[in-house]
Design a protein around this ligand. Structure first.
Ligand code: ATP
Ligand code: MG
Length: 368
């Protein structure tokens, strides 16, 4: 798929801007704080209906404006699809083919993106929350229903945590209510866990292959999804998973009431990486951790193509200069022909000359 054009109205530091893109490489070039990342973010938000760097949508609206708007024209399976996202202080409205979608989950998934930003270099070493967010964003693109399941899970989790807190401080004695919420939480937890196991299993194969190639065959990357619930394992059927969750919640019940919070479930799970059978979080060098993050992102591109039948857009925010020449060339080679790419940089010197020659460049200066 390719993004043919994009128009911004009151988005971040852009008052009004229309751009037409190249179907191969687009470079946003400019000094710091001019609006390069804002452009990548706009493409990301147009695709995902949320930002990759903030959960507060109102930050996306230009200061002193009431609303912000992103419009785009996507070419997918030889069809031209208009996309539109309006962000106001009241909420978001998404339109596909000029028709407003009643649910954002009907909108997300039409345009697929993979973003590689400086913060992704922390994916391996950073907090488990970053890794869960990565998993959630990616599954959501491939299976939009997952977004709905996840938000239901969060809702029940919040209610359950509030109740546990009240139980812990003896403000409530509604243990029957706790049983009901636990049952509801388990239904969703099992479904989410199965989807995550399946996603990681598919991603794992691609990441292994790509990592081997980036490291010139020196490194064997492996990864696993680690459930916080005892005995919840890969390849379990849904009914079996639910049984294990029921047992798990029975075991932690007293501790949850004491602590006033939900102690097991997908919101506590994590990913683990190994290179040549050694834990990357513990033993990996900085370069290995970066390469692992890069392999994951490249794997995602292949996985989306496998599932959707088209390559996603690739957004690279300032990361090329973080990689050594070999890794940079590998990254550029991979997407050269097939993947429409958007790169930000403050300096073209660090970029592959061949790519720059064929790229369409945009000079970004103070929101113009
Ligand atoms: P760098 O090279 O440092 O990463 P950049 O070109 O990527 O810079 P951006 O992150 O795109 O810079 O941000 C550019 C500017 O946008 C910043 O100066 C910031 O103050 C401004 N900005 C951010 N949000 C808004 C907003 N809601 N309204 C107006 N301006 C904003
Ligand atoms: Mg930036």
């Amino acid at each position: 798929m390719k993004l043919e054009s994009m128009t911004l109205t009151n988005f971040r530091n852009y008052h009004q801007l229309s751009l037409s893109f190249s179907s191969s490489v687009n470079v946003f070039l400019g000094e710091n704080a001019q609006g390069k990342t804002n452009l990548l973010e706009a493409i990301y938000v147009l695709a995902m209906a949320k930002s990759h760097r903030t959960v507060h949508d109102k930050e996306l609206i230009k200061w002193d404006s009431d609303y912000g708007k992103i419009e785009g024209r996507l070419i997918k399976r030889n069809r031209s699809i208009p996309l539109e996202l309006i962000i106001s202080k009241k909420g978001k409205k998404a339109k596909l083919n000029h028709l407003e979608q009643s649910k954002l989950s009907h909108y997300v998934g039409m345009c697929n993106v993979v973003i590689f930003a400086p913060e992704d270099l922390n994916l391996v070493k950073g907090s488990p929350g970053l890794r869960r967010r990565f998993i959630d964003m990616e599954i959501g693109q491939i299976k939009p229903i997952y977004i709905h399941e996840l938000s239901q899970y969060q809702k029940i989790l919040q209610q359950r945590n509030a109740l546990l807190k009240d139980l812990s401080t003896k403000r409530s004695s509604m243990t029957a209510m706790l049983d009901i919420l636990t049952e509801q939480l388990i239904e969703l937890a099992a479904q989410i866990t199965i989807r995550r196991f399946q996603f990681i299993e598919s991603l794992r194969g691609w990441a292994k292959k790509i990592h081997a190639s980036i490291s010139r065959g020196m490194e064997d990357l492996d990864m696993a999804y680690i459930s916080s619930t005892p005995n919840v394992l890969e390849n379990m059927e849904l009914s079996k998973l639910k049984e294990e969750f029921v047992k798990g919640f029975q075991t932690v019940r007293e501790r949850e009431i004491q602590r006033g919070m939900t102690l097991i479930g997908p919101h506590r799970d994590d990913l683990q990486f190994e290179i040549n059978h050694r834990d990357v979080q513990t033993y990996g060098s900085q370069g290995q951790q970066r390469t692992t993050a890069l392999s994951l992102k490249l794997a995602e591109i292949e996985l989306i193509n496998q599932e959707i039948g088209e390559y996603p857009l690739l957004l690279l925010d300032d990361v090329l200069s973080e990689l050594d020449d070999y890794r940079q060339t590998h990254l550029l080679e991979t997407f050269k022909q097939k993947v429409q790419t958007f790169v930000t940089t403050t300096n073209v010197d660090g970029l592959d000359a061949d790519v720059i020659n064929r790229a369409t460049s945009f000079i970004v200066r103070d929101g113009e």
